[in-house]
Write a protein that binds this ligand. Structure first.
Ligand SMILES: Nc1ncnc2c1ncn2[C@@H]1O[C@H](COP(=O)(O)OP(=O)(O)OP(=O)(O)O)[C@@H](O)[C@H]1O
Ligand SMILES: [Mg+2]
Length: 603
């Protein structure tokens, strides 16, 4: 597997303009919790106020009852301090109690939105994005944001308010020293700003690397058999170790950055405290400051140490949340390109005849050379058209345009004269039954897998579809149709999966069948049976099938030869055999070399 794209080309340049812009854009998710958050803040601020009042009480105690030996006064003020302490404890309890619930609710809401969004994004998006990147965004990035909203943000506000309140109280106690403490905010600000800048880059790197590691794990899980078979385990392990080490190194670098900054930040209040102690004692000796005031001053100042110490952590947390928000918005900002047009209409199965026309259809994958050029092709109602061509010539691509997994980039495709883009997607996809080359089953029951596109299908319909696809083996599975197919259906054989996928495609008698080499994984005997069964369905359904083998071509009324993105010949099998050497060449090459998908990374 060549290491090609890095997953998400749109990302990795740290996109957003202001670092906090994307975090700010998540505010609608907080709206339901605004009242709760306000209460939280009120409780927290009240607790802070209570704790700030304690040093002021102490000041009264020292300057009043202690100096004047007034026992009754001492008792009264002591009781007040006790009550303040109690109030603070209760308020903090209330804060902690309410703190987590709102942010968890918000996290769940964003997660649900991302998931819904991912489902609306076209196949092209998932071609480009590594699934590990999506996984890490929908899990770890979201919890980073939750942590910030439930702790970081609250403490940021709380600490700022504490700082301001303390400075005001200090200035009132002793203007000069108070202003000195206020001035210490300048170095704090400068240190923080520098830290924030550096930390932003590091945390973006780390979160991307987390996505890379998740991708590696996912690939390993999916491709385990291929890797084992080719003895590539050690190589893969080395790749993983590389990724994990990069993640580890970034983690260490981040931790060191935080440690250095915290030490610097710590220095500032401690130095100011030293200055205040010396200058304050001198002032008290001169009588410019009472002992009580000095005690209050120092106690208040000590209350600044924790807010300053936690500053580094809060900024780190905020930066991580900001990068997480960037990464989440990168997904949410990708607009689904394949959507219902405003005037899109629904076609009833009963009114559809099933005439499919490709009119000058061109297609290229984003940023790639054209795969299809000016394809003109008509499949008449009830007709079966086989598409033949060398490997990689664009057959699967052409099929994928019919259920609009991709949209044509030129020309149009019509169904009974309606441009596919004028039909509602849901309606179109109900009309079209598809089975791809790589029959994907989901980790749910066989029944659920079969009725994926038609949840309302009944017992009889399912039985008929299974019979048609020669897939009655499903009834003999340990729990019959309730048997859970493993992830990607890997607990079933290739031929079994293919037959189930075929049954799924024909279930509910779609108006149009689109099958990509439906018989490739079957043995000769089963192939003959499925072929016979298919012949019956194909009699009254319009079908477009890709075939590789001469034997399957016999299913088709007509054959189209695709070469280098163009239809170069259309006719019956015998006509083409007789007149088109290229057709003979493609078919006689036997089972054309194909990538069989097993174990390959999703490409
Ligand atoms: N998601 C994608 N993004 C970019 N290019 C793609 C993508 N899928 C296929 N291609 C390219 O488009 C071309 C046609 O691929 P396609 O799968 O349609 O071939 P095919 O005719 O079905 O081949 P095969 O017979 O092997 O199944 C190939 O060159 C392939 O590399
Ligand atoms: Mg193909």
């Amino acid at each position: 597997m060549p290491a090609q794209s890095d997953g998400d080309p749109a990302a990795r340049d740290g996109a957003g303009r202001h670092p906090l812009r994307n975090l700010w854009r998540l505010r609608p998710y907080l709206r339901p919790y605004a009242v709760e958050f306000a209460w939280l803040l009120v409780a927290a601020l009240a607790a802070t106020a209570a704790s700030l009042a304690v040093p002021l009480v102490v000041q009264r105690v020292v300057d009043g009852p202690v100096a004047g030996h007034d026992a009754a006064g001492l008792f009264r003020l002591g009781l007040l301090a006790l009550l303040l302490g109690l109030a603070e404890a209760v308020l903090i309890f209330i804060r902690r109690w309410t703190q987590s619930s709102s942010s968890v609710g918000m996290e769940a809401a964003i997660r649900a939105d991302i998931y819904a969004h991912l489902q609306r994004l076209p196949a092209g998006f998932h071609d480009r994005w590594q699934s590990g990147q999506l996984l890490s965004r929908i899990t770890s990035d979201l919890s980073v944001i939750r942590r910030f909203l439930s702790f970081g943000l609250l403490f940021l506000i709380l600490n700022l308010v504490t700082y301001l309140a303390v400075v005001v109280l200090l200035v009132r106690l002793h203007p000069a020293l108070g202003l000195l403490v206020a001035a210490s905010a300048v170095p704090l600000f400068l240190i923080s700003r520098r830290f924030a800048r550096h930390y932003h880059a590091a945390s973006r790197r780390m979160q991307d690397q987390q996505g890379d590691v998740a991708t590696l794990v996912e690939e390993t899980a999916q491709g385990l058999r291929t890797m084992r078979a080719y003895g590539r385990g050690p190589e893969l392990a080395a790749r993983f170790t590389g990724g994990a080490r990069a993640l580890h190194d970034t983690g260490i670098a981040k931790a060191r950055l935080l440690a250095r900054t915290s030490a610097l930040l710590d220095l500032v209040p401690n130095l100011t405290l030293g200055v205040v102690l010396v200058a304050g004692t001198a002032a008290a000796a001169r009588g410019a400051l009472s002992i009580g005031e000095l005690v209050a001053f120092v106690s208040l100042q000590l209350m600044l140490i924790w807010p300053v110490q936690s500053l580094g952590w809060i900024i780190a947390n905020g930066q991580e949340a900001a990068t997480a928000a960037d990464r989440i918005q990168e997904v949410l900002d990708t607009r689904p390109t394949i959507v219902d047009a405003p005037h899109a209409r629904t076609l009833d199965r009963a009114q559809v005849r099933g005439r499919v026309r490709f009119e000058g259809v061109s297609f290229h994958y984003p940023g790639c050379a054209p795969v299809l050029r000016e394809v003109d092709l008509t499949v008449e109602p009830g007709e079966t058209l086989a598409l033949v061509g060398a490997t990689g010539c664009g057959k699967s691509t052409l099929l994928s345009l019919v259920p609009r997994l991709h949209d044509v980039t030129g020309g149009r495709i019509t169904l009974d004269g309606h441009d596919l883009r004028d039909l509602r997607l849901a309606s179109l996809r109900r009309l079209v039954g598809v089975a791809f080359e790589e029959p994907t089953l989901f980790s749910m029951s066989v029944w659920e897998n079969l009725t994926l596109g038609r949840p309302a299908a009944g017992e009889e319909e399912v039985r008929a579809a299974l019979a048609l696809a020669q897939a009655e083996f499903a009834y003999d599975l340990p729990w019959g149709l309730a048997t859970r197919a493993g992830e990607q259906g890997l607990s079933l054989s290739g031929g079994q999966r293919q037959r189930l996928a075929l049954a799924r495609a024909v279930l509910g008698r779609p108006a149009l069948l689109v099958l990509d080499d439906p018989l490739s994984a079957l043995d000769v005997h089963t192939e003959a049976l499925v072929e016979a069964a298919l012949r019956r369905v194909l009699r009254d359904t319009t079908a477009l099938l890709v075939v590789h083998r001469p034997s399957t071509v016999a299913l088709a009324d007509r054959v189209a030869l695709l070469d280098n993105g163009r239809i170069v010949a259309v006719g019956t099998h015998s006509e083409l055999l007789a007149t088109v050497p290229a057709y003979r060449a493609v078919l006689s090459a036997g089972p054309v070399e194909r990538h069989d998908g097993a174990g390959l990374v999703r490409s």
